[in-house]
Design a protein around this ligand. Sequence first.
Ligand code: CP3
Length: 351
Amino acid sequence: MMTSESKSSEKLLLRALRGETLARPPFWLMRQAGRYLPEYLEIRRQAGDFLSLCYSPELAVEVTLQPLRRFAMDAAILFADILVVPDALGQALSYREGEGPVLEPVRNAAELRRLDMAGLHERLAPVYQTIRRLRQELPPATALIGFAGAPWTVATYMVEGGSSRDFATIKAWAYGDPEGFGRLMALLVDATTEYLEAQAEAGAEVVQLFDTWAGVLPESAFERWCVAPVAEIVRRFGKSHPEIPVIAFPRGAGVLYGGYAEATGVAGLGLDATVPLGWAARTLQPFATLQGNLDPLMLITGGAAMRREIGGILETLGKGPFIFNLGHGIVPATPPEHVAELAEFVRSWRA
Ligand code: CP3
């Protein structure tokens, strides 16, 4: 059998996810396409609303490629949103200017009856088309990442009807009626698995599960509603697509990052900016390729302070299998020149 080390023509991101330690780690940035780029804002205006942009293969391909033209990341991430899954399950969704996503909430087992998987792939077909076109257009060294929201995080938007501060409605349901809530989570495990499988069949080479709100649950609920559903998706997806690595990003998990990679079976683990580097290197890196974790707000500062932080991350985590990234998504106020500085610094770094 060929070892991963011998296939040095393979894309850097894939080599890192197979467990190789690279002298120059690959990098990409969460939310690398988006409002900090004037050329994104232009396409966004043309598309009208945000969902139309997600469902227009031509425009979605264009905005996926925009950051790569400027910064030559080692990976492209499909342009879509985690909330296309509830949309495709039949839950009404819109994005309001300055307000974020607004959904017709599903708060109990009775309201859950409004949703089903019958129209899932038909509604999501434009996303699969975007992936097919991207595989034709991407430079040969650039990997293509597909993604979905993890069930818990997607459920927070579905149940709260949008973004939330306290997660009171979803916790009332999950704590008070775990069986009923479990039916929503089972539906999301099914839909997410099928969605990722279709992305892989269209040409995604890696998939990432975003669990943005993993950090709001106590231990027992974290195990039940974050770890177990992700483990089930990884298990099923790994059966149909054993060659495609899965990265999970359980943002804010804190001490509960410990044991997460082993329990879920993910190849890659995304770290938020609060995870201590030395602890991650010792405790987490033996079990997964790590990804992260520059504070995205450092990109507002830029310059020597930012380079010092990046250097510290590369020094500590670069000694093992590692993908450089942010600890959360780029914020809209980010100056593109600072992203260029970051890209230049990471690309020229050598262990
Ligand atoms: O470049 C990329 O990373 C690919 C595209 C992508 C988007 N959203 C585009 C987007 C990805 C991977 C996401 C993931 C996503 N979406 C997450 C998980 C990651 C995270 O940031 O925590 C979450 C929680 C969502 C849900 C979502 N989508 C919210 C809460 C909002 C409104 C807030 C905001 O950032 O605008 C969105 C809208 C959204 N998704 C935009 C983009 C570019 C902005 C829409 C616009 O142009 O007006």
